[in-house]
Design a binder for this molecule. Structure first.
Ligand SMILES: *Cc1c(COP(=O)(O)O)cnc(C)c1O
Length: 374
């Protein structure tokens, strides 16, 4: 038996939805993409949604839409997947890391303030594990310094901040549909926004910078005429993938309530155990629980012993600037004390809708055993 830290839940309906597209006229750039976008937009409350080929492509597109370019600085968390920072480098801009809060593991607004310069153009807060960042403070800073806000909400589909669904806030929010995330399209991502200007730029960027929209063309060049107006990419997602996404959306609420229930069971099981720090939930935040992470004293031994017991624990995250690529490209002396401290103790336990209570109890037993041993 091997229990992964996260995995997809695929139903017979999901499979039938995909097969139906395979028998239809359009495999890509067809009506199912739009239908998926509308469904996620309706769920989150965002006005516009643009589906793309991955969460990483969505981050890149959002940076493009916000006008990030060479000479700009963009502030993000070091305690995230590399893609949250890489997207800034793709645009030729500089990424600046602001340390995290020791309790929530989310980017600290006070640390953001310290990193602001005249070159700062945007903020990329990451909702770690599905718990929203302190968005009131972040929007306060953004407003004061006229910065764009791109939420990396890859962990946070279905999370609420002060009663508001993630995706329904100014700027842009980015989702990922990788199989370990809340819903999957195999690979896939999406940008949510209420801003029409961003929306138009996202559409351009997804497909080579090309538009056929007559209201946007510089001149009337005939029925065949289209224009490449920017340098975009092929970041399109297929109808095959979006059919899976639509079908998964029907079960999103049940996926999230299952994740919340399992997280509650972990909390309960560990609350009396010395040597385990369970996740802290901030006021006004209702996490969608992409990850359940604990801090332990001797992480290496606990990690190795759980892996040996067939439990696919993981570590989220190695601070981005510690990777050799970053160290070799101007980030040699960067140090975010809190991110490094949390990194040295953190471990992600299995959490996904299909995890049974028996499996979870097995994990809990092994975790307590491993913590006791050290
Ligand atoms: C998964 C993830 C991404 C990237 O999404 P992909 O769909 O894998 O490209 C970006 N940021 C965070 C925080 C993620 O967890």
């Amino acid at each position: 038996m091997y229990i992964p830290y996260g995995t997809q839940s695929i139903s017979e309906e999901d499979i039938q939805a995909v097969v139906k597209v395979l028998r239809s006229d359009y495999l890509t750039t067809g009506p199912v993409v739009k239908e998926f976008e509308e469904k996620v937009a309706a769920y989150t409350g965002a006005k516009y949604a643009v589906a793309v080929s991955s969460g990483t492509a969505a981050l890149h597109a959002a940076c493009f839409a916000a006008g990030i370019k060479e000479g700009d600085e963009v502030i993000t968390s070091p305690f995230t997947f590399a893609a949250s920072a890489n997207c800034v480098l793709y645009c030729g801009a500089e990424v600046v890391f602001a340390d995290i809060d020791r309790k929530t593991y989310n980017i600290s607004p006070e640390e953001i303030e310290k990193k602001i310069t005249p070159c700062t153009k945007a903020l990329i807060p990451v909702h770690y594990a599905g718990q929203p960042c302190d968005m009131d403070a972040i929007y306060g800073i953004a407003g004061k310094h006229n910065l764009a806000v791109i939420q990396d909400a890859a962990h946070a589909l279905g999370a609420d901040y002060k009663g508001k669904r993630i995706g329904k806030m100014p700027g842009m929010a980015v989702l990922s549909f990788h199989p370990v995330k809340h819903i999957t399209t195999g690979e896939g991502g999406m940008v949510l926004t209420d801003n029409e200007k961003y929306y138009q730029r996202l559409l351009l960027f997804r497909s080579h910078g090309i538009t056929r929209d007559h209201s946007l063309l510089h001149r009337d060049g005939g029925g065949w005429y289209y224009e490449q107006q920017a340098l975009g990419y092929n970041y399109r997602i297929t109808d095959i993938q979006c059919a899976l996404g639509i079908s998964q959306m029907d079960r999103l609420d049940s996926f999230i309530s299952r994740r919340r229930l399992l997280a509650g069971r972990y909390d309960e099981a560990f609350k009396e155990i010395k040597g385990i720090i369970t996740p802290y939930q901030a006021e006004g935040c209702n996490s969608s629980w992409h990850l359940y992470t604990i801090q332990v004293e001797n992480r290496k031994e606990v990690f190795d012993s759980l892996r040996k017991a067939g439990i696919g624990v993981n570590v989220h995250y190695i601070p981005v600037y510690m990777h050799p690529y970053y160290r070799g490209h101007g980030y040699r002396d960067v140090k975010c004390k809190n991110a490094e401290e949390v990194y040295s103790h953190i471990i992600s336990l299995p959490l996904y809708p299909g995890l049974t209570e028996e499996q979870q109890d097995y994990v809990i037993g092994k975790v307590i055993e491993a913590v006791d041993e050290v």
